[in-house]
Ligand binder design. Structure first.
Ligand code: ATP
Ligand code: MG
Length: 327
């Protein structure tokens, strides 16, 4: 029996991956590797919307491989590759872009939230659709923030299939639960993000003392009660984090902290986060010391991913009517 195919990506931006990337995405990736045929990629083309320094982008792409492996992605079981190593991604994005309405793309909240920007930013969800459809993925483990992009992917895939015949698998949502959207510690109205960074972002490679400092200075409200509430976004966020880090349900945690102040609670959140990333930090130090190995992982990944991508694109080119070059 063939296993369902899963695909997901992450941008090699920021200082390292952040707590929300782990909670909303990468921990699910690590857990899915036996039951699924997994493709995980570093979205270096998507990172270009931030116009990173060239050296920084190269360095972060390699570091990102080490971080993924340190968080439990296993290249012996999963295909790990860099998006730019497979030039079929932007090619398919162009084809899909010609089936995507301008208004449809304009409705993407991520684009609207950034308040305009480059054509690249506008095109971002179309490239993402290409990433997913290229591999005929059945499921896409993503954080809440990407749900709308996945819907667009399904719509465009259905449109292609309707027009040119069954070609693409419609990917099912494997989105994290709404509670798994981790908020910025300094501004719990917005999600934690690599490119925002600062003291509201916990990096998975942060030293324990730094994690503790960031968690202890997290914005809370003026009350005293540790409970989930719309008017307590900071405490709600910390409860989500503690729940993920300890495996305990939120109501159980609310009961445990009844009558206790924010101080004890925050100290426990900090300790739990440090504990959650202890093994990741240790493994990362070993992995980053061997860049040749990290490059080998990417080369093996590109070989596997490239074979699938070429198969998909041969079909796509034929279906849409591009004249094949003489062999
Ligand atoms: P950037 O600021 O570069 O966009 P990011 O932190 O948003 O960085 P992405 O590379 O865009 O990270 O996304 C990688 C994965 O992490 C996606 O599946 C996304 O849904 C998930 N993710 C990102 N931020 C969060 C968050 N705060 N909570 C839960 N999941 C998140
Ligand atoms: Mg993002």
């Amino acid at each position: 029996m063939t296993r369902p195919r899963v695909l997901s990506g992450i941008r090699p931006t920021g200082e390292s991956f952040q707590l929300g990337n782990y909670v909303g995405a990468v921990r699910h990736w690590a857990a899915m590797q036996d039951e699924n045929e997994c493709f995980f990629f570093l979205a270096d083309l998507h990172a270009l919307t931030e116009t990173p320094q060239p050296d920084a982008l190269r360095r972060r792409t390699r570091e990102s491989v080490a971080e993924l492996l340190a968080m439990g992605v296993d290249p012996a079981r999963s295909t790990v590759f860099a998006q730019s190593h497979i030039p079929e991604h932007p090619e398919l994005a162009w084809v899909l872009g010609c089936l995507t309405g301008f208004g449809e793309a304009s409705r993407m909240t991520q684009f609207k939230e950034k308040g305009g920007g480059t054509v690249g930013l506008f095109y971002y969800p179309v490239l993402q659709a290409a990433d997913i459809l290229m591999y005929q993925a059945n499921a896409v483990p993503i954080g809440e923030d990407q749900r709308q992009h996945l819907e667009l992917t399904r719509d465009v895939a259905a449109r292609f299939n309707g027009r040119y015949g069954e070609t693409f698998t419609l990917p099912g949502a494997y989105a994290g639960k709404p509670g798994e959207r981790i908020k910025d510690l300094q501004d719990p109205a917005r999600k934690m993000s690599k490119t925002i960074g600062g003291s509201g972002t916990v990096w998975v490679l942060d030293e324990p003392a730094v994690v503790t400092k960031k968690v202890k200075s997290a914005v809370t409200d003026t009350g005293r009660e540790v409970r989930v509430s719309d008017d307590k976004p900071g405490i709600t966020n910390l409860l989500t984090i503690l729940s993920v880090a300890t495996g305990k349900a939120v109501p159980e945690l609310e009961a445990a902290y009844a009558g206790k102040g924010y101080g004890d609670f925050k100290a426990d959140v900090a300790e739990a986060v440090v504990e959650m990333f202890a093994a990741t930090r240790a493994r990362y130090v070993e992995l980053i010391a061997d860049p040749a190995y990290l490059d080998e992982v990417l080369a093996a990944g590109a070989a596997t991913a490239g074979a699938v991508a070429r198969t998909t694109m041969t079909t796509v080119r034929e279906r849409i009517g591009l004249l094949a070059p003489k062999p």
